[in-house]
Design a protein. Sequence first.
Lengths: 728, 84, 84, 233
Amino acid sequence: MSEVTPEIVAEHGLKEDEYQRILEILGRAPNLLELGIFSVMWSEHCSYKSSKVWLKTLPTTGDCVIHGPGENAGVIDIGDGLAAIFKMESHNHPSFIEPYQGAATGVGGILRDVFTMGARPVANLNALRFGDPEHPKTKQLLSGVVAGIGGYGNCVGVPTVGGEVNFDPGYNGNILVNAMTVGIARTDRIFTSKASGPGNPIVYVGSKTGRDGIHGATMASAEFAEGTEEKRPTVQVGDPFTEKLLIEACLELMETDAIVAIQDMGAAGLTSSSFEMASKGGLGVELALDKVPCRETGMTPYEMMLSESQERMLIVLKPSREGLARRVFEKWDLDFAVIGRLTDTGRMVLTLHGETVGDLPIDPLAEAAPEYERPWEPAPSRPHIDAAEIPPPADLGQALVTLLGSPDLCSRRWIWEQYDHMVMADTAGRPGGDAAVVRIHDSDRALAITTDCTPRYCLADPERGGAQAVAEAWRNLTAVGALPLAITDNLNFGNPERPEIMGQFVGCIKGIADACRTLDFPVVSGNVSLYNETNGHGIPPTPTIGGVGLIEDLAATATIAFKAAGEAILLIGETTGHLGASLYLREIAGRHDGAPPPVDLAAEKRVGDLVRGLIVQQAVTACHDLSDGGLAVAVAEMALAGGLGATLGQPDGGLPLHAWLFGEDQARYLVTAPAAGVVLEAARQAGVPAVCIGETGGSGLTLPGTDTISLSTLRAAHEGWMPAYTGA
Amino acid sequence: MKARVHVTLKPGVLDPQGKAIEHALGTLGFTGVEGVRQGKVIELDLAETNPAQARKNLHDMCEKLLANTVIENYAIELDGQSAP
Amino acid sequence: MKARVHVTLKPGVLDPQGKAIEHALGTLGFTGVEGVRQGKVIELDLAETNPAQARKNLHDMCEKLLANTVIENYAIELDGQSAP
Amino acid sequence: MKAAVIVFPGSNCDRDVTVALRQSMHAGGGGEPTLVWHKEADFPAVDLIVLPGGFSYGDYLRSGAMAAHSPVMTEVARRASRGVPVLGICNGFQILTEAGLLPGALMRNAGLRYVCKDVHIRVESSQTVFTSKYETGQTLRIPIAHHDGNYSADDDGLARLEDGGQIAFRYCDNDGSHSSAANPNGSARNIAGIFNETKTVLGMMPHPERLADAQLGGTDGRPLFDGLIEALS
Ligand SMILES: Nc1ncnc2c1ncn2[C@@H]1O[C@H](COP(=O)(O)OP(=O)(O)O)[C@@H](O)[C@H]1O
Ligand SMILES: [Mg+2]
């Protein structure tokens, strides 16, 4: 094996002091295989070295939490002896390099994180951020990523039920592809990666190992530079068919008592999976690398240990259950090989044809993993902009049409029609609403699921933006009548070695923690993606929040569509006409400044609890939360969904009309009801502002101070942009 | 001028399709079949009559659209002549 | 023995992929491109060493699995030799 | 009444169609559909065989091509020839054409993209075991979800289908007219589903099992299962 030179150490992304620590731990120089293992285990991706100290500040406990962060995915109790298991994960860099396969393997990876814990995956979501639509790469990236997500999810037969998409020049060189999976398991059948029982066999199942993505994990931690092209061969190809077989085979084996511990091979494949199982159990492992099923001949131990080939799992079995397990995997035509055993030495010993090729202590390596308190600078605060300072548009109706047809607000139908969002026949709330509603199979109960983040708020004020992302997820779940339970987060940022970027990270975390605490909405899993930066340009801070809530009775939910003519439209929550950092400001006034809307978490909770109560009592006929684009956009979306128009009256109070229509004040909902009285009375009792603003009916939308805009005009604008852009 | 472009996965890149075909051939009783890989052929009629220029255009088409050079190789065939 | 099977749509069968490629080439500014058709190539390593027998086996594989003869034609190439 | 749902590696609507069948069976007198693994060539006698949707063998090579050669398919063909009704939905339809139990082929969608959405289809004949609970000419709202649903056959083949009354469903507008705008995938003559000559085998791209339950937003698919259970009990 070649000698380890300083250049090789640097190529492995290890700093000088990190290498010194390796020498101390081993008491000698590592060989190349050992160096490779240290490098992936200590990469940002696997060790969370820049983020760990801050992640510890997030609230992770609550009545519903069974397993918080630290497992492959978070686990919460959803009653009836069932648990929801979920997580979100990024595949940003691979998707930029090869959008189809990058996105596809992102879906595959997050699915494995969930079914490895014993859950049947029941829903996928995806949160996507692309660059400026005018940027030459954006169109292909959008088409490729969407095709890849669909190509994988459709084939494995898990419905893709929701997500979000933004376009911003800040992502020109670094798109974000965050994939989330939600699964359901029995609470008495949850599997973890904690190994036990020295002597127990370690079994490799799934696809064969190839030379895929070697050093993918370190690549994901390295800032992009010109010359990215050379790293291309590190892209993996996904095989969703094998993943489908792997899901079925693992779930079948999980019905037996054969499994001691199980772990998917994600980033840093065999290395991190075996390492993690042993480390959690305080044990050692011995792996005979010649037993590893390989796709190519002549693969070296280094390649086997660092390969990121997809669709593979590592299982610790009870010794007497090998035959049973083998039969299950052979039935599904999957590779099955006993490649090693647990030991009580606390060391990872790797052999090839009986000869030791690597020998590392497990705990010291894990404990000595670097952890940095990186310096940070708080983001400069932006002034509040008074609505009166912002000029009204020439034509309010035209402004609405423009907004509805803008890249960030137009319909996402072009995307979700490429996803099978109905397979498994439990999708009760399809894409296009505030949250997806997925029935818990064989029951009248359901999970509500959403992903949310408003990066332009996070850029303007990280702390407020972080809190807003959580609040919006909570609000979207509430808007379908669900009780929000817990979140997963996917924290996407630039280079943490820059204090201003670290300041964004710290600010967002503070905001998230605060909102989670007030809304009783703990973080149970998550993922951090740093170094999303090209040539010194970092992405806007993007802490994506994936929220899960519970619906006790599918008969008592709400959708956004207007249901009948002649119903009252009510605005619940306080409206101040906040236009700073709004889409109106950006798309109509051409300005990107101002503080984002204040986030009053106590009000958020008060208003949401009221609205949820009204939905559960079936006192309202439709519900939609207000977010991007404000009141006017929300009314238009409700009208389009229902194929029914509305007329809004002149508002009371002295707000400029455009601020009332397009302001993005938080903690607000629109509901409809056959009569306004019940809702107004309930709001009065709850101490929540509520006002009847108009009535449903007709085939167009009449806003105060405008001519009626026909639904067909609105629909053409809303549905038109994305198909026209992508050339479909 | 007629042209054909062969697009194949780079060596070492996983080919799930090829793998599945190999497996299916095995279950159909065809033994002794290995290393199955699936690729694409794209046939085109070009107005261009100069072979050198045609080849150059095809090369550009491959780089821009026909092949995904991250994971695929391509070969150009003109009028039945293999690429050099 | 290495073999290649070309599977192409029969003339007259509409080829949506070929059409889409032709259109995309046009929008990328490649003019004078017509009649684009997309087919498949399947590469195989055969244990069989007798060319006649190999060809016969490949023919069976095509009829049974590799081609859908309702809409597709196939051609067999052995060791770089074109089909007769 | 006994029904078998065949499970191929990569099938993913096997459970969905089982749930829909069970619902109609329970309403119509009882029984449980049986799931049959594709390697079980000698499964018990049943009154109905269903090939579910999904991505058998990943839809690699061609959709349905490899599943058509599964051991179980020889037996399915034998029973079909004896008149046991066979229903293929989506991937099941693709498998039936690849196996030669139905004519024609399902090619890549004309738009080249996977499409998942509700469409309208027109019932072309209610005189079959599959469609007896519908009216001829009735318009249904049923979801599609496929990448390869573009039905293709040569002109003679299409003429035979028309003449033999073998077209089961066509894509249509919500008022029942067969416009090309209503055709989601480029299928010849807006064909969404076809019968064999004896009308005992039905292949269809739309998924009736996905709208057979009011909680999922519609029940237009349910009469297909109710009708089968009634006719076969
Ligand atoms: N990438 C995507 N994949 C699937 N569905 C999406 C995607 N992006 C948006 N959607 C769906 O489109 C609808 C509108 O999204 P969005 O405007 O982000 O909602 P909201 O503002 O209520 O959070 C939602 O139902 C969402 O799930
Ligand atoms: Mg919403």
